[in-house]
Design a protein around this ligand. Structure first.
Ligand SMILES: Cc1ncc(COP(=O)(O)O)c(C=O)c1O
Length: 379
């Protein structure tokens, strides 16, 4: 059958079947959630209500292919306050429906079908699907677990060939938690455009702040991706952005055509954005503190366990501990479902030696604490 994903097996995998059975048999503690709205983290509704109020009387559909000027100015202000600042003009910002849509636009901007992109291994699993939609190959570059999941720069450099069009960096990384805090010589040597996903930038743990890669690498075209899904816990309001550093500006006019093709950014969410930045930061700080407290607890509970090796993340919500004594991640995850705990097996995130689990510290604290206890007992 023609068409993308036509050869994909769409039947539920054994973990999903086991999860459904366990749900029917009384439920489980879910330690995998990336959805703040289901973990008791709701952006203050009064701020949203007040900010939306002024939208209804003044609304006119006058779409700008880069997004509304006021919303873009708010994004510019946000990056001016980062450490180090990423200097932007409002025309350097493109508003999209989400970070995922932003990736898809950038893949079309930078590559033709048959070309390839360098992507981390382990990684956030959506890349495979986004690349397939554009007929692109993903070439993995390794993160070295023994080196705190740092990018293996030699392998990154070696992974490129004549058809490589861009490098994907996720910082803070999902799920390994590593932050790129200094320029990478391999990126400068490659000289390729870089797409840097920093959706977890507000969630710091081992580092004091996440430097925007576009500021660290003024020598390269860097497209910075972020949005309100993670930063403001508003995945349902669908707004993301692409910020181009000065070296990426030549791509702006063509990116404008691509963004104009969909005009995916919702007008109401664009209208809200200046108030989200102006009034939402205390909420962001509370949310980040909650994730940090969960990470503290998890590191304390898991660190002493003889079968677990867990590295404190630089940032993000996730832990990706290595488990000894189990060769098969799926068997382990199935066993844990039997014990009433849902975790992701490491292979959901790529292919690395050893056995790993993914736990999300976004989880509501009482559930997270109870789930950790069960996990420690079960292992
Ligand atoms: C690293 C990373 N990037 C992007 C996204 C998706 O963001 P959005 O909701 O803006 O598409 C996620 C969602 O989990 C993510 O983990």
């Amino acid at each position: 059958m023609p068409g993308v994903f036509s050869d994909l097996d769409l039947s539920p995998n054994p973990l999903e079947l086991a999860r459904r059975r366990r749900l029917a048999a009384g439920g489980y503690l879910d330690l995998t959630s990336s959805n703040p709205t289901l973990q008791g983290l709701l952006f203050p509704p009064d701020i949203l209500r007040a900010a939306a109020d002024s939208f209804w009387d003044t609304r006119r559909y006058q779409p700008d292919p880069r997004g509304s000027e006021a919303a873009r100015a708010a994004v510019v202000g946000y990056y001016a306050g980062r450490k180090p600042p990423l200097p932007l003009e409002s025309d350097d910002v493109f508003l999209t429906a989400s970070t995922s849509e932003a990736y898809s636009l950038l893949f079309a901007l930078l590559a033709d079908p048959g070309d390839n992109l360098l992507a981390p291994n382990v990684t956030y699993p959506l890349f495979e699907y986004l690349a397939a939609l554009r007929g692109l190959e993903l070439r993995p570059y390794p993160l070295r677990e023994e080196d705190g999941w740092a990018i293996d720069e030699r392998a990154l450099y070696a992974a490129a060939d004549a058809c490589t069009r861009a490098v994907l960096i996720v910082s803070p990384h999902n799920p390994a938690g590593v932050v790129v805090s200094a320029p990478l010589a391999a990126l400068s040597r490659l000289g390729l455009p870089v797409i840097c996903d920093e959706v977890f930038a507000a969630f710091t743990y081992g580092v004091p702040h996440v430097p925007p890669l576009g500021a660290l690498h003024a020598d390269l075209p860097v497209f910075t991706l972020n949005g309100i899904s993670k930063l403001f816990a508003l995945p349902d309001l669908k707004l993301g952005w692409i910020a181009l550093n000065a070296a990426a500006r030549p791509f702006g006019p063509r990116l404008e055509v691509l963004n104009d093709t969909f005009l995916g950014a919702n007008s109401l969410s664009q209208h809200l954005l200046p108030d989200l930045f102006a009034l939402g930061m205390p909420f962001v700080a509370r949310m980040a503190a909650r994730v940090r407290a969960n990470l503290d607890l998890a590191l304390e509970r898991l660190a002493g366990h003889p079968r677990l090796r867990v590295r404190p993340p630089d940032g993000g919500y996730y832990l990706f501990p290595a488990v000894s004594g189990w060769d098969d991640e799926e068997t382990l995850a199935l066993r844990l479902i039997d014990e009433g705990i849902l975790v992701h097996p490491g292979y959901f995130y790529g292919d690395v030696p050893g056995t790993h689990l993914m736990l999300s510290a976004l989880t509501e604290p009482a559930t997270f604490a109870a789930g950790l206890e069960r996990l420690v007992q079960a292992l």
